[in-house]
Design a protein around this ligand. Structure first.
Ligand code: AMP
Ligand code: MG
Length: 466
């Protein structure tokens, strides 16, 4: 154990130095003079900007291969192929109302005071095709969605006939009086009104929501070609972690990162695979990393901050090409990213999130979610942003970009962002209260009450009336 950590420590020192020179060559940060000075005073020079770290992570992902899935499983995935319609929608001209199918010419001079009388020669329910012909002076009773019979071109709704009076008078409906003079073609939905056969209905790259599921089903498709759902292996690291559902021994805490990350993966369309907890020793971490085959992305938590968890860094460096970064953001400064070498190919990408529960979730938001959405084939990778007014201050102690947990509410036409409680990176309940992350830029020491802030909307929480 002692010899391990000693060896690991010197190994880590090496990796750190390499990373320093590496990042110097690559970072291009645009800053104002003031921000530059501020940065000099407060931050380490090897920090990557959020944009640079984002670019480095996201650029190493691309959409996964195409797979055909049952339509019911396609929600949240992205179409991999253009969809052309195999049919007209609706397939046949049909009635938009319950009423009477007539010839428009028969009712063109109708007057409510002298209803036009037509012989009712039949009835068509939805799903039936009538072989009867509507000739001058006749009508066929027709239900919504039923195909228009030949000879008819107009549907008169029940309300525009004397049907109720006839029923009340105990008369049969073998004759009907038309009360209204409706324009020819009224209440007829022409075939192909929505879609014509061969038409491009949905393009590759379209995210599948409930409406797209409906459109595809209306074309008769029960399977759909999509970008495959990424499999994301999730590994927590730390000697202090206990699984939920077991008694908590002294000094231990429950592993929340595995679960918040798994839930975040599911929420953005990935398929999580929980690998459990790796202890802070070489053997266990090695063993847990054996189980990543088939994963498109590995997400670890903890062990990426400086001076701690040398073993995690050492193992990752040994097993692949790993970079350990400091990102100019709060929370979530430490971040690891690289590839674990497999037997062939470029290896499996690994994103090492920081251990603190809020840091892990914010780093997931900023880096893992866009990576997963890229693999899913989404073109838009980031959450919607709004501008809002702060109802309490956000402090920036050390020249990093601050992502403050806020409750966003919409009142009198304006978004209001209220800090959602203590902002320590271990305070997970304030993440739970928040529905947005309000940004205080790197070069400002504070965003004050009443000031306008940019807010990343995490969700449009219906409970807080956005
Ligand atoms: P580290 O990055 O390993 O220094 O961890 C930073 C903090 O995050 C420590 O307080 C850890 O106990 C905590 N932590 C690490 N992993 C987890 C986890 N899976 N769930 C909850 N807290 C964690
Ligand atoms: Mg720790």
């Amino acid at each position: 154990m002692t010899s391990h950590s000693h060896r690991a420590h010197s190994g880590n020192g090496q990796a750190q130095r390499e990373e320093h020179s590496d990042s110097r060559g690559h970072v291009h940060v645009t800053r104002t003079e003031m921000a530059h000075e501020h940065a000099h005073r407060h931050v380490e020079e090897d920090m990557l900007s959020v944009e640079e770290a984002y670019q480095r992570v996201v650029s190493s992902f691309s959409p996964l291969d195409t797979e055909t899935v049952p339509l019911v499983d396609s929600l949240g995935l992205v179409l991999a192929q253009d969809v052309h319609s195999p049919l007209d929608l609706p397939p046949l001209a049909n009635s938009a109302m319950d009423g009477y199918a007539v010839r428009g010419g028969d009712i063109s001079d109708t007057d409510p005071r002298s209803p036009r009388k037509l012989d009712v020669i039949g009835l068509i329910a939805a799903g039936q095709v009538s072989s009867q012909q509507v000739t001058s002076g006749t009508a066929i009773r027709i239900m919504t969605g039923a195909p228009i019979p030949s000879g008819a071109d107009t549907v008169v709704p029940f309300e525009e006939t004397d049907e109720v009076q006839r029923r009340n008078a105990g008369q049969t409906l073998d004759e009907i009086g038309i009360l209204a003079n409706l324009p020819l073609g009224s209440n007829v939905r022409p075939s192909g009104e929505d879609v014509i056969s061969g038409e491009l209905v949905l393009t590759a790259g379209t995210p599948i929501r409930a409406a797209e599921v409906g459109v595809l089903a209306s074309l008769g498709l029960d399977v759909v070609a999509v970008r495959r759902r990424p499999v994301v292996a999730i590994l927590a690291t730390g000697d202090e972690l206990s699984p939920a559902g077991t008694p908590l021994a002294p000094g231990k805490i429950y592993d929340s990162n595995s679960f918040s990350v798994a839930a975040s993966v599911m929420a953005c369309g990935g398929s999580p695979r929980l690998l459990g907890v790796a202890r802070d020793n070489l053997e266990d971490l090695q063993a847990k990393l054996e189980k990543i085959s088939g994963a498109d992305l590995v997400i670890t938590s903890a062990g990426v901050s400086k001076g701690d968890y040398d073993i995690v860094k050492d193992v990752l460096t040994q097993r692949g090409e790993m970079n350990f970064w400091s990102v100019r953001m709060r929370p979530a400064k430490p971040l690891a990213f690289g590839h674990l070498k497999g037997d062939e190919g470029p290896g499996t990408p690994l994103l090492g999130l920081p251990g603190n529960p809020v840091s892990a979730m914010v780093a997931f938001e900023m880096f893992a979610r866009p990576a997963i959405r890229t693999m899913l084939g989404y073109r838009r990778l980031s959450r919607p942003k709004v501008e809002g007014i702060l109802t309490g201050p956000i402090f920036n102690y050390d020249g990093r970009r601050v992502y403050a947990r806020v409750e966003v509410a919409h009142k009198d036409g304006t978004y209001h962002a209220s800090p959602a409680g203590p902002q320590g990176s271990n305070i997970l309940t304030s993440m739970s209260r928040a529905n947005g992350l309000a940004i205080c830029p790197e070069d400002l020491p504070k965003k004050d009450t009443g000031e306008t802030v940019e807010i990343i909307m995490l969700d449009w929480n219906e409970e807080v009336e956005v």
